[in-house]
Design a protein around this ligand. Sequence first.
Ligand SMILES: Cc1ncc(COP(=O)(O)O)c(C=O)c1O
Length: 414
Amino acid sequence: MNFVQQIRGSFPILGRKAGGRPLVYFDNAATSQRPESVLDLQQQLCSGHNANIHRAVHTLSYEATEAYEAGRKAAQAFIGAAQPEEIVLTAGATAAINLVADCMARGGFLSGGAILLTEAEHHSNIVPWQMACEKSGARLEVVPVAAGRDFPNTGAVDMEAYRAALRRGVKMVAITHVSNILGVVNPVKEMVAEAHALGIPVLVDGAQGIVHRRVDVQDMDCDFYVFSGHKIYAPTGIGVLYGKRQWLEKLPPYMGGGDMVDKVTFEKTTYADLPLKFEAGTANFVAAACLAPALDLATSLALSPDAREHERALMAAMAESLQSIPGLWLAAADATDRIPLYSFTIEGVHPLDAAMLMDKMGVALRSGHMCAEPIVDRIGGGSMLRASLMAYNTLEEVEAFRAALERTVKMLKQ
Ligand SMILES: Cc1ncc(COP(=O)(O)O)c(C=O)c1O
C-alpha cells in the first residue's frame, strides 16, 4: 500500500460517492475531513467522559478537563509556543480574531491610529477590525497585492507599500499567513520584523497557513497567531489563539461568564489567570481534545518526506491540469511559494454553474466570493472557482477533476 492509500484508509468519508461517482473532495480550504483517530476520540469522549470542565471534583469532570487541557498542550507544541498559558481555546479562527480586535479596541491600544491589513484578507480578518475601528476611532490601511490581469500575477504583498503604510500611524498589523484566495505564502516573519522595528504588534491569520507550513510562533515572533481546528483534521467549533503572554496579560477580558473569573461580587469582579481569563462559559471540550490526534497526524505528515513529495506531485499535476483548460485564468499563477489552493475563472463560464455541474460529476469545489469579497471583486469579477487539496488527495483525483472541468466547460460554452 503506498503512502496516500494508507492515509486515505483512515478517512472513512473519502470512500463515499457523490453524483454516483467516487467523491473528489477539493474543498479542503473550507473544511478538511476527519481521520478515524479524531472520530474515535469524539465518540469515546461523548459516550464515556461527558462532563463540564474545570468546575467539579467528580471523576467525569476530571477526565473531561484532562482531555481539554491535552488539546491545549497539543496546540502549544504544534506551534512552538513557550507556555500553555499563551494558548487560548476559542470557537475558531474567526472567534479568535474578534477577541483580539475587540480587546485591543477596548484596551485603548488602537485609539486614533490605523490597523493595517492586506487586500487579500478573509472577511474574518476584515470585519472584526472594522468593528474595532468603530469602537476606537481607528481607521483601516489596506496594502495591495500583485494579483490580477493588470499586475504581475504573483500574489505577493507589495512590500514597498507595506513599509510606507506602517509609517502612517499604524497601531496594529493583521495579516494572513496564506490567503484563502491566492494560496500564496506571505513573508510573515519579515513583515513582523518590519512592524516590530516601529513597535507595532502583529496578528497573523493562520487559518490556511497552519495546514501547509510548519509554524514556530517564537521564530515568527508574531504577537498573535490564530487558526481553526476544522481545517486541520479536527472537528468544527474549536480554534486556537496564540498570544504572547505580555499581550494577553495587558488585554482586558473578552466575554464575561463562568470559568473566566477569580472572585465575583456585585460590587467588583476579579478575573482568572491566563488562559482562562479569555475562556468564558462551557467550552467545547470534545473538539478541543480532538486537537491532539488531529495535530499528531499533521505533525507526522509535516515530518514525512513521502508527504512532501506527494504534495509536490499534486501541485505539479494541478498546474498542468489548469493550464490545459482553454480560457482559464488562475489567480497568483506566478507565485513563488504557494500551497495547493487554486482560485480561477474561466472565460464565458459562470463559477456557480460550473461548481454545480462539477458536483454532479462527483467533484466538490468552492465557488462565489469565498468570504473574501474585496479581492475576489477586483480579480475575479465577484465570483471565482476554487480547488484546494490536502495530503489525502490523489493524482487520480486530479485527473478526474481535469476531465470533469473539461466536460463542464464544453457544456457551458455550447
Ligand atoms: C484565511 C482565513 N481566515 C479565517 C477564516 C475563518 O475561519 P473559521 O470560519 O474557521 O473561523 C478562514 C476560513 O475559511 C480563512 O480561510
